[in-house]
Design a protein around this ligand. Structure first.
Ligand SMILES: [Zn+2]
Length: 471
């Protein structure tokens, strides 16, 4: 009976979401090329289009004041210069730029920004962080969304969005779209089950748990011919509608799509502000870029963790708090205060940015069993690399991850400051010079909870999209 009633409620809410859309402006998308190398970058306009669905965002929250990400988009009145809309984000280009390859060649990536359709010509500005970490304009282009060359008609939806968790009209909620890649027509039931299972898990983790009613979750997958996505390091190459694959930038567990247009052309058929792509693979892997999308291997034993950790990058711009795993990026030569809310260079301990969580008397930096942890971590990384090199079954890798987590819990168990917020050295892929807020957090290892600083960072973004509905 309760099930039946809740089904009716979901349908009613989905209808309400549709009705509320009637009053919403259209969604504008500007596609552009972002190219360059480690030393220089360029932008060029590709197309302006009107997406098939109305703007899913909240008209009362046009400006992003969170100060996250490498970039910011600003939409201003072309005549007066008045700011109409802004959002912060990071890009795949920005990540690629920090890899070795960017010292050798130039590459081009397609990017998009979306905003509510204005009633007058606008100037769209892309800002980037300067050497002081402040935003300055990198590119700007005039856009008349009523001009003849704006693409106003889109192809029909290749698949229908499935309502997974609908809480109310899109403009009042965070709209999360779960896309599937590597699912065949026969795998569609599995895709829906994966999306439901991982959504359920997301809402067991604070602060998503307390704010579940601030979210709508939709799922959409375009069937593929073969199950699973490409994993070139093992000779597996599959065509897939989103172009998601493993081995991005030479990292075997890094899963992204570099085909932004394919992604946006599919995503536009559901209301969305955030995207998590589930790949129909067992092999451990994922990725997440602030304001773009995140990915997770839905068939992996650690899928719950992957889904939430990568979503932390995508949704709130959280940094990795770990530093002992090999990553695709080269070390940053300077130690500027990072914009990510959960890591600090600790230049001014008395004014640490998460001060409100630090109890009086907690030493900064905060001691922790760093040397022992690093020694154990080196041994673990060796085993991990050996398992991958020998292409061992995924179950062996999952078991190693369980063992590693258990060992870390045991090492940290009775240590002073175990459950305190402080400044623990080692974070953001660096063993020294960057500090994380707690000994352990979902952004540090495969543990189950976000530290209070990460929780704050997530809550800020929920407020930006659904601030009126705090419970
Ligand atoms: Zn954290």
């Amino acid at each position: 009976m309760i099930r039946f009633a809740s089904r009716i409620l979901v349908v009613a809410l989905a209808l309400a979401a549709g009705l509320a859309h009637a009053a919403q402006p259209a969604t504008v998308r500007v596609d552009y090329a972002h190219s360059g190398n480690a030393l220089s970058e360029q932008y060029a306009l590709e197309r302006v289009l009107i997406e098939p669905l109305p703007w899913p965002g909240n008209a009362a929250r046009p400006f992003d004041n969170t100060n996250r990400g490498q970039n910011r988009v600003e939409v201003v009145d072309a005549k007066t210069g008045d700011l109409l809309y802004s959002r912060d984000f990071s890009t795949v280009f920005g990540e690629w730029r920090t890899t070795e390859e960017a010292n050798k060649i130039s590459r081009s990536f397609e990017e998009s920004v979306r905003f509510p359709k204005p009633d007058r010509p606008v100037r769209v500005r892309i800002l980037k962080r300067d050497e002081r970490n402040q935003f300055s304009v990198a590119w700007s282009v005039e856009v008349d969304t009523d001009a003849q060359e704006v693409v106003k008609k889109q192809p029909a939806a290749p698949a229908k969005p499935i309502p997974i968790h609908v809480s109310g009209p899109s403009p009042d909620k965070v709209d999360l779209l779960i896309l599937g890649d590597g699912y065949t027509a026969a795998d569609m039931k599995k895709f829906e089950a994966d999306a439901r299972r991982l959504t359920q898990h997301l809402f067991t983790v604070s602060p998503f748990r307390e704010r579940a009613r601030d979210f709508n979750v939709w799922a959409l997958a375009v069937p593929t011919a073969e199950s699973g996505i490409s994993r070139p390091s093992t000779g597996v190459h599959h065509a897939s509608p989103l172009g998601t694959r493993y081995d991005i930038f030479g990292s075997e567990r890094y899963v992204l799509t570099l085909d932004n247009r394919a992604l946006r052309d599919i995503a536009q058929h559901a209301p969305y502000e955030f995207i998590e792509i589930l790949v129909n693979n067992e092999t451990y892997g994922g990725g997440g870029i602030f304001g773009q999308f995140s990915t997770a291997a839905a068939g992996n034993e650690w899928a719950n963790y992957l889904f939430v950790h990568e979503f932390g990058h995508h949704f709130a711009g959280l940094a990795d708090e770990y530093y002992t795993s090999p990553v695709a990026y080269a070390a940053a030569s300077t130690r500027m205060e990072p914009w990510e809310p959960n890591v600090t260079a600790l230049r001014d301990p008395a004014n640490i940015k998460w001060k409100r969580h630090v109890k009086t008397g907690t030493p900064l930096p905060t001691p922790w069993p760093k040397a022992e942890y690093e020694e154990a971590s080196r041994a673990y990384q060796k085993k991990r690399a050996a398992l991958r090199a020998a292409n061992r079954p995924e179950s062996e890798m999952s078991a190693l991850f369980r063992e590693d987590l258990k060992a870390t819990q045991a090492l940290f168990a009775s240590k002073p400051h175990r459950h305190e917020v402080g400044a623990f050295e080692g974070a953001n892929y660096e063993a020294s010079g960057y500090y994380r807020p707690m000994m352990q957090c979902l952004m540090f290892d495969r543990s189950e909870a976000f530290c209070p600083v990460c929780q704050d960072g997530i809550a800020d973004i929920i407020d930006l999209y659904a601030g009126s509905a705090r419970q």
